[in-house]
Write a protein that binds this ligand. Structure first.
Ligand SMILES: [Zn+2]
Length: 62
């Protein structure tokens, strides 16, 4: 039995994003083409919706 997750696309460059069937809301997926990270915000058997993940500022120290 094979499980195929619904397809979704990069919000920046429109390349296909690979969403694994067992992923849950909150997973982060990076685009293979442009590197943009997306957060899975909605997931059901038929639908996956992603939004741009917030950029993480790693240089808060002074
Ligand atoms: Zn992309």
């Amino acid at each position: 039995m094979s499980v195929t997750a619904p397809a979704t696309a990069c919000l920046v460059c429109d390349s296909a994003l690979e969403i694994l069937a067992d992923w849950e809301v909150g997973e982060i997926v990076a685009c293979d083409s442009c590197g943009q990270e997306h957060e899975v915000v909605e997931k059901s058997d038929a639908t996956v919706r992603v939004e741009l993940a917030p950029e993480v500022e790693e240089d808060w120290g002074e």
